[in-house]
Design a protein around this ligand. Sequence first.
Ligand SMILES: Nc1ncnc2c1ncn2[C@@H]1O[C@H](COP(=O)(O)OP(=O)(O)OP(=O)(O)O)[C@@H](O)[C@H]1O
Ligand SMILES: [Mg+2]
Length: 272
Amino acid sequence: MVMERNMMEIDYLDWNNALEVLTKAYQASLFALIIGPKGTGKTTLVRKFATGLNKELYSVNFSLRTRESHLVGSKTLEEGQVGFVEGILVKSMRNGGLLYLDELNAAEPDVLLRLDEALDDRRQIILKEAEGQIIKANHEWSVIATINPLSHVGTKELPPQLLSRFPIRLRLEYPPEEIELEIVRRHTSVDSSKITDIRHAIKLAKILREAAAIEELYYSPSLRESIAFAKLLNTGSNAKQAAEIVYANAYDQWGEVEYQKVMDMITSIFVE
Ligand SMILES: Nc1ncnc2c1ncn2[C@@H]1O[C@H](COP(=O)(O)OP(=O)(O)OP(=O)(O)O)[C@@H](O)[C@H]1O
Ligand SMILES: [Mg+2]
C-alpha cells in the first residue's frame, strides 16, 4: 500500500510570485494581507514563507470565540501571587517572530481594536492587563494576515483602519487548470493513465466554482477536492465514483436538486 505524503514534505508551488511579494514586504518591514477564497493555498504559502526565512511562526486562527486574552495574555493568580501569561501577539512581538493572523475578518471588534494598537507605526502595546507595562516589538517582528472574501460565511468587513495597516495586499485565486494539476502532483503520485481523469475533475471544479460565483450553486470546491479526487483514484476508485464522492455528495446538503445538477455534469464528463 502506498501511504500518502506527509503534510510537512509538501512543497508550495509559487505559481504567481507570491513568495517574492511577501519577501519584499518583509524586507521593507511592511505588513501583508493575503485575500483569497478557501483552499487557495494561503496557509501553505505563509508556512513556506516562514520556513524559508527560518522564522518562528506564531499563528492565530480567528473565530467569533477568539478573545483578547488569546492575543494579549491574561492575569494569573498562584498562591496569592499575581502573574501574567503572555498571549501570542505579545510573544511574537517580544521574540521578533512572524505573526500569522488567519481569517482575521472573522474576529470580533474588541479583538481587532487591540491589534490596531500593536500594528500601528509605533509597534507597541500597552498591557492594561499587566499594570500598564509597555511591550515594544523586536525589530524583526513581522505580520501576515489572511482574509476570505466577504461571501464566506461568518466573515465581516475588515475595518478600514485595520486594512490600512497592511499596505501589501496579495490576491490569491484558484490557479489555472494546468497549474492546479501540477499542485495535485505535489500532493500525491499521479499515474500517467489517470491524468485525463484528473484533468476532467479539475475542469469540473472550475465549472462548479464559476457556478458558485454567480450563485447558481451553493458551494465552490477548492484545491482540497482536486487533491482528494486524485488520492481516491490512487486507491483504485473509478473516476465517476470518485467524482460523486468528492464533488456531488457535498451538494446534497442543499437538497436533491443541487446534488442532481452536479451529478448530471459528472455523468456528462466522466464516461464509464
Ligand atoms: N500553490 C500550492 N502549492 C502546493 N500546495 C497547494 C498550493 N495551493 C494550495 N495547495 C494545497 O491545497 C490545500 C489547501 O491549501 P491551504 O490550506 O493552504 O488553503 P487556504 O487558502 O489556507 O484555505 P482556507 O481559506 O480554507 O484556510 C492544501 O492541501 C495545500 O497544501
Ligand atoms: Mg487557511
